[in-house]
Every structure is written in C-alpha cells, then in structure tokens.
Design a protein around this ligand. Structure first.
Ligand SMILES: [Zn+2]
Length: 515
C-alpha cells in the first residue's frame, strides 16, 4: 500500500478559534496540493494545553498505524505539543519509523541532526509560549475580577451576566427566592426547614429538580449576594503523590454589582450560620474531647439513599450515641428518605458479631495464602529484572562505542543508520519488558498480603480491649462501609418511641469489607 501523510487538524468548539483553524486547514491543503503530497486528515479536539500523549487521539492514531504514514503534515510545530516530553516522545517515534514532519514553512527530516535540533528548539519555544499564554490568560482574569467583572462561566442563581459590562445584573424572579431564603434563615429556621418549605411550595431550584441542603447552604454563604465578586487563584501542587489545587490568592471586589441582600442582613445570616454550625458540632460526633468518638464514626451509611448517616451523642437520655433518621431527599424527588434512626449500640453489637464471622473466613484465606507459596516465582522475576538492567547498561556502552566509531570515521552512513536503528529497537524492547516484569512483580506482591491479613485478624481479636476511638481506627482499616436500613411501617412510626413494637422494629445491615 502506498504510504500517505497524516494531516493533523485541530478542531475547536470556540467559534472565533474555529475560524482561524479553518484557515490553517486551507493553507495545509494548498501546500499538499502544490507539493503533490497525498494525505489523510486526522481531526482532533484538545481542550487545555497539557494533554498527555496517551490522551491525544490524533497522536495515538499515528502511532498505532505508523506503517501507513510517510510523514506528518501540520500547520505549526506547536500543534504537535506545547510540552517538551510529548514533543520528544513524538519525535522519537517519527525518527525510528523514518517519518518526516512537514509544516508549510519547513520540513523536518530527523536523519539530519541539524533539523532534529531545530525541531527540539521549536518544541521548547512552543512550550514556553504555552506557559506564557496560560499566564497571560490567568493575569487577565484576575485583573478583570479586581475590577468587579464576573469571570466564572456560570452565574450565581439570582443573577445574569451583562455581556457588555461583563458584570452581574439581578434576575428579579430568582432574586425574590434568594431574599426569601435569607429571611427564613434570619427568622431562625434551619436549612432543613427552609428546604422543605421551598419544595412544598413548588419553588424551582437552581440546577437540581428540588431544593437540597447544600444548595441552601451555598446560597447563605455566597458573598455574591452582598455585591461582592470573589475569585480564588489556585495553583496545582502535589501532596502525598496526589494532584491538588491550593488557593494562593483571593481577590475580592466589593460593590461590583447590585446587592440582592443588604450588608447587615447578609452578615447577620452568616454570623448566625457559623454559630449554629459550632453549636451543632458540639453535639455531632467528632474527635472532640468533650463528646468523644463513637466506634462507628463515618462508617454508617443509609441503606436506602446511600448517604452517610449522622451520629449524635444524645445528652438528654442515657442512650449514648444515636444514629439519626436520614434527612436527605430521595433522588430526584422532594420526598425525604426517612430511613429510621436507632441506638448505635444495637448496630455495634451486630457489627461486632459479623466481624467474628469475617475473622473465621480470613483465617481460612490466610491458610490458603500460606499454602500457595510464590517465593520461587518472585525470585525468578527479580533475577530477570536484574538481567534487563544489565542489558540496558550494555546498550549505553554500545551507544557510546558507536558514537566513537562515527567520530573516528570508517562507517558508511547507511551502516551507521542501521546500527542506530538496531540499538534503538533493542532499547525499546528491553524497556518494554522491564515495565512488564515490574508489573508482574507488583501482582505477586498481592500475595505477600499474608502479613496484611495476619495484622487484620490480630486487630479483630483485640477489638474488645480497645477504646471507641481505637476501635474506630481499627475498623476503618478493614471495613469500607456499613449499609444500614430500617424501614418502619407508618402505623408503627406513630407509636411512642418506648413502645416495644417500635423500639424493636428490625433493621438490616450489609457490611462492606475492604479485601
Ligand atoms: Zn437515606
């Protein structure tokens, strides 16, 4: 089959950008026609600058069917990558497979070191430019926030964005609802009550079918309603090996747009909100010294709606911790979930009983692990891994030797090319195998979990000697969630809480172990 050029064409959802991308396409097509290049268009959409090679379908397509292509046709080197790593990876693949990269201004043939180095420079520049574009974009956004313009993509409920002034303007029907929420809150009603009132009256909620707790809380907290524009400048950081966003600067522009709530009223509502939250935190179980921690903290989930159950320490009677009735709304409706509450001790008793059963199962599992010895296989893999590392080192030497030979002269250009390709192919194969063996070793390590299982069994044995805090910590190492369901028929719900029929209404538990 005749080889063709892969024409990389970026698409955009943004209309302005789509226009300039159409120009790029026409320029490339004209270039291909003038130089008699047969091509196959590969269209792709990239959002954001730092797409990983693995996330770029166009680059993947080229690599997967690399034998079909003679080269890459692209408007500009920056279209390949604004990241040195991606650009370099792509170059290596092209070089190994003898693909050239063609732009309307320049053809990069990687068998020529000068052209290779020019490509590298251009990728460097594209990367620098990418960082500058991102910075300029961020600086612009922040300057506009400081002026009080609304820069977020979504507007807050109660407002719309004026396209000309770029500031928020009040949407009267929505603003009425916001005022109502603040009024109810300042009259002393909690978020649960406010939610129920709005839903009962059939007042439409922003974005969701019905009002829920987070939406009410978000509204009370939102400074936008007192006329403030708030913008958090975030920076991506690594913490414990995970990507996180940290706020490095907060911009606040007061009187940026018309208020829906007067300052005095807004501050009253929020002082009250903080006070209520603190008061509630006093009762709500948390590792505070006053209330202590229950053994099942953060482990009990509603079996009906799957949200976490609130556990409170009941100060009034001597019942100790209580799992409260589920207050959340059923998905997509305004009906409350209503999974009934219970004394925590009752759940605890059954959980501890189930742990005994799980412990017996784990002991059996441990036995099977110990009979299934993998140490020999592991030894073999480790040995192979050492060999691979040796071979890779050898290749380094060979590379150096080849270089010396080239410098000394005596080899033909073809011979040099052949040897280079051979060495590079060997290296790719070895590096591939290295990754594979490492992955296999990791899998074998799972069987090292005999030690882990022993630790869990030990924890299960000592549970009863522990304080509730210690129990809670221990339980969380082997239990993911406890699904708790207690549906009480309406007639029985009407009875007093002391009535044995109601008191002893059955409940179901499903314990999700981490294994
Ligand atoms: Zn529920």
């Amino acid at each position: 089959m005749e080889k063709v050029y892969a024409m990389l064409l970026r698409l955009s959802r943004d209309k302005k950008e789509a226009d300039s991308l159409q120009n790029h396409r026409e320029i490339l097509e004209a270039y291909a026609a003038a130089h008699n290049l047969k091509y196959e268009p590969i269209e792709y959409i990239v959002s954001g600058m730092k797409a990983d090679v693995l996330d770029r379908p166009d680059i993947q397509q080229v690599i997967n069917q690399i034998d079909r292509y003679k080269g890459i046709l692209v408007y500009d080197i920056s279209r390949i990558a604004r990241d040195v790593g991606v650009g370099d990876y792509f170059k290596k693949m092209c070089k190994l497979n003898e693909l050239e990269i063609v732009t309307p201004y320049y053809r990069f043939d990687f068998s020529d070191p000068m052209q290779e180095s020019m490509y590298e420079n251009q990728i460097q520049m594209a990367a620098t430019e990418g960082r500058m574009i991102a910075k300029r974009h961020k600086d612009n956004k922040m300057a506009r926030a400081r002026r009080g313009e609304w820069i977020a993509s979504d507007t807050a409920f109660g407002y719309a964005r004026d396209k000309e002034t770029r500031r928020l303007v009040i949407v009267e029907e929505e603003a009425e609802i916001i005022r109502r929420i603040f009024k109810l809150h300042n009259e002393g009603l909690g978020s649960y009550k406010i939610r129920d009132i709005l839903n009962a009256e059939g007042i439409p909620a922003p974005r969701t079918a019905f009002w829920n707790l987070p939406s009410i809380k978000r509204i009370i907290k939102n400074e936008v309603y007192k006329g403030t524009v708030l913008f958090n400048n975030r920076k991506e950081i690594m913490e414990n090996g995970k990507r996180k966003y940290k706020i490095v600067e907060t911009i606040r522009a007061e009187n940026a747009h018309p208020k829906i709530i007067e300052l005095k009223e807004w501050f009253e509502a929020n002082t009250e909100r903080v006070a209520r939250a603190e008061k509630f935190a006093h009762y709500r179980e948390k590792p505070a010294t006053k209330s202590g921690t229950s053994s099942l903290k953060d482990l009990v989930y509603c079996g009906c709606c799957h949200r976490k159950h609130t556990i409170l320490l009941d100060h009034k009677c001597n019942t100790g911790y209580v799992v409260k009735v589920c207050h959340y709304l059923k998905d997509g409706s305004k009906e409350k979930c209503g999974n009934a509450g219970i004394q925590l001790a009752k759940i605890e008793k059954r959980v501890f009983h189930d742990i005994k059963r799980e412990k017996a199962a784990l002991e059996k599992y441990l036995l099977s692990l110990e009979q299934n010895d993998n140490s020999e296989l592991k030894e073999k893999k480790l040995k192979r891994l050492d060999q691979i590392k040796e071979q890779l080192k050898d290749l380094d030497d060979k590379d150096t030797n080849l270089l010396l030979a080239i410098v000394a002269g005596g080899f033909t250009a073809e011979k040099i090319d052949m040897m280079k390709t051979m060495l590079a192919t060997q290296r790719m194969q070895l590096e591939g195998e290295e990754k594979l063996v490492e992955a296999e070793l990791k899998k074998l390590e799972v069987f090292d979990e005999a030690e882990n299982v022993k630790k869990i069994i030990d924890k299960m044995e000592r549970l009863e000697e522990m304080t509730p805090e210690q129990q809670n910590q221990a339980l969380k190492t082997f239990i993911k969630k406890i699904h708790y369901t207690r549906t009480i028929p309406e007639e029985i719900k009407k009875l007093s809480t002391r009535n044995p029929l109601r008191k002893n209404a059955p409940f179901k538990l499903k314990i999700e172990y981490i294994r």
